[in-house]
Design a protein around this ligand. Structure first.
Ligand code: ATP
Ligand code: MG
Length: 551
């Protein structure tokens, strides 16, 4: 039974606009500020903006909102483009708000000429003081009544570099008693003698967000300008500027931003984690950045599915990271190749197996036949997982213990005959006998076993470093806790296994391949790997251990 998915509120608006003939096609945009790497929250906005255009046959611009020269960088521009492409989306045009600086300057002059903008010499403290409060009206600045001619001249001089940073600003002349504080003569241009990553030193005045965003939308004829809820109070100003400049009427719509448990999602905070060395970089696999998730082994499909599942709402909430992991497992379960790796090894010797013999056993790469199969070497000495042996077995223990039988995955049934301990009392070697008639696929032994364990042949094993990751924060919502969010960093978010034994086929693993290390989780190669050293990242565990622990 197929269930028709109901439209989200933005889709409803778009369908109405198309049906009524208001627009013949839609144009959306994704407008990142290039002051950091994209995070999982941005992917919601990306999937929404690009997804709507794909659904309704429109187009989507990528527009860098680069109006703040101090925090922006071309490294960020490149990473943002990589991430969007990796997520599977293509933009129609690549634009930069800074490309509109001349046009925006002209718009400001239009406002001045209409008597709707003035140059104010007040300091930022004075401006704040006169602004009033939500319950008290503000007061006019003494510069509010400057003549149009004087304003034109001063604004030109601001552009020419006659003044220092902060000496003057250009403000829209709206209403100092307006109920919306943002409408109390908002600053639209400020002086900033700073080098811009694209326009260099051409400009020393820069438009404020509110004087760049809506106008850029309008220049590009964006029909549906979708942003997050905190911009609701800005909408009035957005509309006021479009109306008084008499330019293409783009419209702003707001949806709830994505917040997720056990992480932070503001670029300012993420930057702190990077610069203060709490993580190795923006693409550290513990970061909630798209590049971090990618490096950790997430698939683009799983992130797109996650964004689809959480939907578009008008109320903020905190989404459980487990839901993203669920979407990931759903994908990897189908696509990841099953292989064997031993992370915490102990040696198993098959007493009745011939010395120096190697058998190549066939093993399926996964439940889906399309994944194919491979052959894996089997010999007298194997590595198995230390935790698969118990000297004194617990109740319902189906793995190895003195006298117990178990199947070695894709190989034979073995019985534990004895074991040795080293000087410090740790089990150092397990001796088993095997049943030659029990070979997987042609078992005629008639014996049934309850446990199957994985293994790697000692003589054929490759070694690898394995990095296991946990939540970056100890608490669900670090931003909501008292004090600095960094106090809540999980000190055990990275566990490195320096020497794990992996089956030889993994020597040829490719960067984009995903693996299930049987019984251990999903893994992928880390970009730090090289010819001499393989490094695997654990993408996610096989099961959601956290949700269980909380019960
Ligand atoms: P941050 O607060 O993390 O610095 P930002 O909003 O300043 O993010 P921008 O580069 O301005 O980052 O964001 C580009 C687009 O992505 C904007 O339209 C913004 O609304 C959207 N966006 C940012 N964070 C989220 C989020 N958590 N959920 C959904 N959309 C988001
Ligand atoms: Mg922003």
């Amino acid at each position: 039974m197929s269930e028709e998915k109901s439209l989200n509120f933005i889709e409803e608006i778009i369908e109405n606009d198309l049906n009524s003939g208001k627009y013949s096609s839609i144009i959306t945009r994704f407008p990142p500020e290039p002051n950091g790497y994209l995070h999982i929250g941005h992917s919601k906005s990306i999937c929404l903006n690009f997804g709507l255009a794909l659904k309704y046959g429109g187009s989507t611009n990528l527009r860098f909102d680069d109006t703040n020269p101090v925090t922006e960088d071309t490294e960020y521009v490149e990473s943002i483009k990589d991430d969007i492409k990796w997520l599977g989306f293509n933009w129609t045009n690549e634009y930069y708000a800074s490309d509109y600086f001349d046009q925006l300057y002209e718009y400001a002059v239009i406002l001045i000429n209409k008597g709707l903008a003035y140059v104010d010499d007040s300091s930022s403290e004075e401006i704040a003081q006169l602004k009033g409060t939500p319950t008290e009206p503000g007061k006019d600045s003494i510069y509010r009544s400057r003549s149009i001619e004087e304003n034109l001249q001063l604004f030109n001089e601001m552009k020419e570099g006659k003044f220092k940073d902060g000496e003057k600003v250009l403000r829209a002349k709206i209403d100092m008693a307006h109920t919306n504080m943002l409408m109390r003569d908002p600053i639209i241009y400020r002086i900033k003698h700073a080098h811009h990553h694209r326009t260099g030193d051409k400009w020393c005045i820069y438009p404020m967000y509110d004087f760049a965003h809506g106008q850029s939308d309008s220049i590009e004829k964006i029909t549906h300008s979708i942003c997050t809820l905190e911009f609701i109070p800005h909408r009035e100003l957005y509309d006021w500027l479009i109306e008084h400049l008499n330019i293409f009427p783009s419209h702003q719509y707001e949806f709830a931003r994505l917040n997720m448990t056990y992480t932070v999602m503001s670029k300012r905070k993420l930057l702190q984690l990077v610069t203060e060395g709490h993580v190795s970089g923006w693409d550290d696999p513990r970061m909630p950045t798209i590049s971090g998730f990618r490096r950790k082994g997430y698939t683009a499909l799983s992130i797109r599915n996650f964004c689809e599942k959480i939907g578009v709402a008008k109320r903020e909430n905190l989404i459980d990271l487990s839901l993203l992991e669920f979407c990931l497992r759903e994908d990897l379960n189908i696509t990841a190749k099953r292989v064997m790796a031993v992370l915490d090894p102990v040696k198993l010797i098959i007493t009745n197996y011939e010395e120096n013999k190697t058998e190549y056993l066939n093993s399926e790469n996964g439940p889906d036949e399309s994944l194919g199969s491979r052959s894996i070497p089997f010999s007298k000495e194997l590595w198995i997982e230390r935790e698969d042996f118990m000297e004194v077995p617990a109740k319902k223990w189906f793995r190895l213990a003195p006298g117990a039988i178990v199947r070695l995955k894709s190989a034979y049934i073995v019985k534990c005959e004895s074991f040795e301990k080293d000087a410090s009392g740790n089990v150092s070697c397990i001796h088993c006998s095997y049943i030659p008639e029990s070979k997987s696929g042609q078992d005629s032994s008639g014996i049934t076993v309850k446990g199957t364990i994985h293994w790697v042949s000692v003589a054929h094993a490759e070694t690898a470093e394995v990095r296991l990751y946990d939540r970056l924060f100890k608490v669900e919502n670090p931003s909501a806790e008292e004090g600095d969010f960094k106090e809540y960093i999980n000190p055990d978010s990275l566990h490195i296994i320096e020497k794990a034994y992996i089956e030889p086929s993994l020597k040829n693993a490719a960067m984009e391949e995903r693996f299930q290390f049987i019984r251990k989780g999903y893994f992928c190669l880390d970009k730090d790997s090289n010819e001499d050293k393989l490094i695997f990242n654990r993408t996610v565990t096989l099961k959601d251990t956290w949700t269980k622990m909380k019960d």
